[in-house]
Design a protein around this ligand. Structure first.
Ligand code: SF4
Ligand code: SF4
Length: 180
């Protein structure tokens, strides 16, 4: 893949023309609940998309980790539909065959968390993802440092908290699976 991909830029311009409004204020990244697990932060994705660096954005884990929660889009001062952009990046990654091994596993781990708890518990998500990617016993000093920092700032709870209606969520998942 070339650095600046004009076909990619054309498709982005057609689907999400608002990306050019981004002026790197970081509001999206600061509000993203899953930024801790992303290698490129949402505002960085916007920057590399503007630059037409398809390789960089498609190789990133970001679009696979994104939970389409809309927090970023709601907070963006330029009303950029970031979730739509993430959808497009997933489609582009599949079309290009550059889906990282970790990508769909992140998706699976996230959905499993929602199915069981009705919400994400970051620590359980990280452990489950490491189990799925065979890295459960690999110790990464950077991840440990990040984890300690998050814990100190109250961003990493030791115990998960379930929502009340987990049964409803499980039923929804079952119905969707039967429709496949
Ligand atoms: S909040 Fe909007 S303008 Fe700010 S960095 Fe994110 S996408 Fe760009
Ligand atoms: S929609 Fe995705 S990128 Fe935006 S805040 Fe939610 S998880 Fe983060």
């Amino acid at each position: 893949m070339k650095k600046k991909d004009s076909d990619f830029m054309r498709r982005v311009a057609e689907e999400v023309p608002e990306v050019n409004r981004c002026y790197q204020c970081l509001t999206c990244t600061l509000g993203c609940p899953l930024v801790f697990a992303m290698d490129l932060k949402p505002h960085e994705i916007l920057k590399y998309v503007q630059l037409g660096d398809k390789e960089k954005v498609l190789k990133a884990s970001t679009c696979w980790i994104c939970a389409s929660c809309e927090t970023c889009a709601t907070r963006c001062p330029n009303e950029i539909p970031i979730v739509k952009l993430m959808d497009l990046l997933r489609q582009e990654a599949v079309a290009e065959g550059v889906v990282t091994e970790q990508g769909p596993k992140v998706n699976d781990a996230f959905l499993a968390a929602i199915r069981n708890l009705g919400r994400v518990h970051e620590l359980s998500l990280i452990i489950d993802l490491k189990r799925r990617t065979g890295g459960l016993f690999k110790i990464d000093p950077d991840e440990i440092r990040l984890g300690i920092g998050m814990f100190r700032h109250g961003k990493l709870k030791l115990l998960p908290i379930k929502i009340k209606e987990t049964k409803t969520i499980k039923n929804l998942f079952s119905r969707l699976e039967k429709q496949k």
